[in-house]
Design a protein around this ligand. Sequence first.
Ligand SMILES: NC(=O)CCC(=O)C(=O)O
Length: 289
Amino acid sequence: MQALRKFKIAILQTKASKVKEQTLSYVQEALEEAGKNGAKVSILGETFNCLYMKEYLQAASENFSDSSDKTPTLSLLKEYAKKYNMFIIGSIPEKTSDDKLYNTGIAIDSQGQLAATHRKIHLFDINIPGRAVYKESDTFSSGNQITVLDTGFCKIGLGICYDIRFAEQALVMCQKQGAQVLVYPGSFAMGTGPIHWELLLRARALDNMAYVVGSCCARFTEDPSVYQAWGHSTLVDPFGKVVTTTDHDPAILYGEIDLDYLDQVRQQIPIYSQKRYDLYEVVQKIGNQ
Ligand SMILES: NC(=O)CCC(=O)C(=O)O
């Protein structure tokens, strides 16, 4: 069988409502459109099934071992992955049987199976008074695994939002585990997004000469007391160029992943073979090595 070297991705910048069913109807509409438009991989935002605030995160959480009537988000994604023969990636709040909550990236394969999970490793605990104050560890426990999904046609490294600030995680995903595409579902903050979001996406792309997808949630503008996401979902190519981007409103972006182009860029600027491992090294300590 001929390897798939070029494929279409869709970045679904969907909006959350205060009501989970409504939020999922926005997600369903977006998946329908992306599927009809031939996306091979559709990527949603961080905790795309609710607003990014403790009470909503708790209420929208799903236990992945529950039956399908109690996991409406997972069921929806599985249905649409199968219907349109596409991979679907995003993060949702995961509740475990011992009552812990994780911010968990999920990847559903084109057969509708849960192919990989990534529990956010670095929790968004920052304190810039008057600008960005958030303590994600009040809600979630942190994960302990670095995750790279092998789709059969490319390797996708999974991170979540704040994870993008940690270059070592991306280096391990690409340079130890062979990821060609890095995917970061996000809900970036207004106080940092304008200066850091695109810069970080492009930085990780250049560190690794990889495609980088930042799929942010759309902004919830109706109520200023609710966490406001920066939006601006973006695809960056392995040369560090922004392929497509948007503002903060709901949107679906399409882009092409071209693995021949990625190989070409990695040959032309051969950082992978020029590493001075006699002077430094990035070591993965735990996870699928
Ligand atoms: N949800 C997040 O992890 C937000 C990360 C963020 O805004 C940042 O500045 O980093």
